[in-house]
Design a protein around this ligand. Structure first.
Ligand SMILES: Cc1cc2nc3c(=O)[nH]c(=O)nc-3n(C[C@H](O)[C@H](O)[C@H](O)COP(=O)(O)OP(=O)(O)OC[C@H]3O[C@@H](n4cnc5c(N)ncnc54)[C@H](O)[C@@H]3O)c2cc1C
Length: 304
């Protein structure tokens, strides 16, 4: 569905984190009560979700999160800070990765919580991006109480649950944004027809992007078939997300080269080019995705 919306040039779905990340993770790790409570409102977009994984000191190295969840009786008490949390300013719920046992070995002291964003002790502060938009945020937790029943997948099982989320995040990005790239390339081709003098020296580069997009679509369909067969996205999601992000940056740059006079651009391509700078950071940086592809797809040993 997200791929079709993107191909039709529709704005990004407001429930993208619920549909692409929270929902599939709840399906994989949730109790029956959690599934019946959360899934219907994710599908209807009646409740909006955000993702609270990254922290000022923990992005690529997600296992080092420090937001503390201390269990007191049947309640976790949260203290700490998340950052870059998209849609947190409008979210009703957050998928939150926390440190519940600081003494535990790496990967074993983490817990995954479903947190009501309207709880007392949560403060959301928007961050302004290079585009001027403020789509992502800092989230501060001060003695925020979360019932133990809000754990997804078991106390101390947070790393495995978070990996399910990340696999789905990259696959969702891959499918939907391949559709968006196809729409952008269609616009780029029309622009090239309107600007033949500029387009003449960029024909090869535009052709390369079109071929790359076809390969990306086929890889996305292969990944979808794998998902339909196993219920679990494979590492192809990382290939698609990596190739998409770098292709999208080149496509928006090409459009700007076709429109050397800013007066000819109504701001559309300028905005898209600025927004594309974040593509190789969000949902896993290009360096991290190259590591994953080397290890999981090519089977190379981990580099030191
Ligand atoms: C638009 C946008 C939206 C986002 N939305 C969310 C959200 O909703 N929720 C959320 O939790 N987070 C979100 N993020 C955060 C995003 O997941 C992180 O920015 C990303 O994981 C990178 O982490 P970092 O910024 O801490 O950079 P770092 O991890 O500090 O990386 C800094 C640099 O070092 C490189 N590097 C780090 N480790 C390695 C390694 N092992 N090998 C090679 N190179 C390495 C990186 O590639 C990068 O170039 C968003 C980010 C952006 C840009």
């Amino acid at each position: 569905m997200l791929e079709e919306l993107a191909r039709a040039n529709a704005p990004q779905h407001i429930g993208v984190i619920g549909l692409g990340m929270a929902g599939p993770t709840i399906i994989a790790h949730g109790t029956e009560a959690q599934k019946s409570r959360y899934l219907p409102s994710i599908l209807s977009a009646g409740e909006i979700w955000c993702q609270g994984f990254s922290e000022p000191g923990s992005g690529s190295d997600l296992a080092s999160v420090r937001t503390r969840a201390e269990l007191r009786g049947d309640t976790f008490v949260l203290n700490g800070q998340k950052v870059w949390s998209s849609y947190a300013q409008i979210a009703d719920w957050c998928i939150l990765l926390v440190q519940s046992d600081p003494g535990a070995a790496r990967y074993q002291g983490l817990t995954f919580l479903l947190v009501d964003m309207h709880s007392p002790g949560i403060e959301v502060r928007p961050l302004r991006q290079i585009t001027g938009d403020a789509d992502f945020n800092e989230i501060f937790f001060t003695d925020t109480e979360v019932p133990k029943a809000q754990v997804l997948g078991g106390i101390g099982q947070g790393w495995a649950v978070a990996m399910t989320t990340l696999l789905h995040e990259r696959a969702t990005f891959g499918f939907s944004l391949t559709g968006a790239l196809e729409a952008a390339l269609g616009q780029l081709l029309r622009l090239a027809q309107d600007q033949p003098a500029q387009a003449a020296r960029l024909t090869d580069a535009i052709g390369r992007e079109w071929i790359q997009m076809q390969a990306l679509k086929l890889t996305a369909h292969r990944a979808l078939a794998q998902l339909a067969a196993s219920g679990r996205p494979g590492p192809e999601g990382s290939i698609i997300k990596l190739a998409w992000s770098e292709s999208n940056q080149r496509v928006t740059k090409l459009a700007r080269e076709l429109l050397p006079d800013p007066i000819l651009d109504d701001g559309h391509w300028y905005y898209l080019q600025l927004r594309s700078r974040a593509n190789s950071i969000e949902a896993g940086t290009s360096e991290i995705l190259r590591n994953i592809i080397a290890e999981r797809v090519l089977g190379l040993p981990r580099s030191r």
